[in-house]
Design a protein around this ligand. Structure first.
Ligand code: PDD
Length: 296
């Protein structure tokens, strides 16, 4: 499905076909840009404050002034979903270093950002969440500041292409013998003894907002999470594996490198976390995710 037709560009809402950005924009020339992808469910944003906090951290980290206040960002997001009548999907926001009259690596002393945002209608609780996804392992060839959400996404784009060519949906990225994260989500395993593990936060991975959302459910769900790096072998031999992201929420991984994880079906811990997460989103489980009640 194409993205929704009314987009935001530099303070205006306009049809996508009329949105124009200079080819000298630093986002285009240098990948000098921050982005956020915020989930929308039932016409409401999921953890907007978390996304806005991460956005301002990324902007500070890449020398860009924050062009709006948190309430300004929130109003922009809201207006976009109202104008497009979006009930379920995502809002994509990108803030670049702006366009100038020369291609200059360092750029001006103070940047004047380009702000672009669009909405995209899609199912957040869909087939991937129900049936699971397949992953392969690939070298993590990204830059070293993956904690900042920038559009330097070439490694991930190529990883997706390789994964698809190998019959998988995405890749787990591996560095120095450990899984960092998936190409566009955080990676989790459940050991055969039931321990839930996800990599600790550091510049090696993106601090996922969905990851934080799952962490916040520990008390209610009565589960603990160990935050440490795990190896590809641990993932292959895990009882369950899943990913978290704003695009697919909690997605079970059923196959790694063509081999089933556990019995090759989404496992009970993953289903429990899905149930808790969907309830927190305000979803009617029986209506939209009856399969999440399995293995309860
Ligand atoms: N990707 N790790 C990476 C490398 C990601 O690109 C993402 C999100 C995540 C999960 O973060 P969050 O829970 O905040 O969405 C982890 C988004 C959805 C994307 O690029 O489309």
């Amino acid at each position: 499905m194409p993205v929704c037709q009314i987009v935001h560009l530099n303070g205006s809402f306009l049809p996508l076909a009329e949105a124009r950005i200079s080819p000298l924009d630093r986002g285009f020339l240098f990948a000098h840009a921050a982005y956020e992808v915020t989930a929308v469910y039932g016409g409401r944003f999921i953890d907007m404050p978390g996304h806005l906090t991460r956005l301002s951290r990324t902007l500070a980290g890449i020398a860009l002034p924050d062009p709006l206040s948190p309430s300004g960002w929130e109003a922009l997001h809201k207006e976009l979903i109202v104008r497009n009548d979006l009930n379920e999907g995502i809002v994509y926001l990108e803030v670049t270093g702006g366009a100038y009259d020369v291609r200059d690596f360092a750029g001006p002393e103070t940047f004047v950002p380009t702000v672009f945002a669009y909405a995209d209608s899609r199912k957040l609780i869909g087939a991937e969440a129900r049936d699971g996804i397949k992953v392969v392992f690939l070298d993590d060839t990204r830059w070293k500041r993956r904690d900042m959400k920038t559009v330097q996404l070439l490694s991930q784009g190529l990883a997706y292409r390789t994964a698809k060519a190998r019959g998988a949906d995405t890749a787990f990225m591996v560095e120095d013998g450990f899984v960092t994260e998936a190409a566009s989500s955080n990676a989790w395993i459940v050991t055969p003894s039931g321990e839930i593990i996800t990599r600790h936060l550091s510049p090696a991975i993106l601090p996922g907002i969905t990851r934080a959302g799952v962490m916040a459910l520990r008390g209610k769900g009565g589960f603990a999470v160990t935050e440490r790096a795990f190896t590809p072998d641990e993932a292959v031999n895990a009882a369950e594996v899943f990913t978290t992201s704003s695009g697919a929420m909690v997605a079970p991984v059923t196959h790694i490198e063509g081999r089933p994880v556990g019995d090759g079906k989404p496992g009970p811990v993953t289903r429990q976390i899905q149930r808790l997460y969907y309830e927190a989103m305000g979803a009617d489980l029986a209506a939209v995710a009856p399969w999440a009640m399995e293995r309860a």
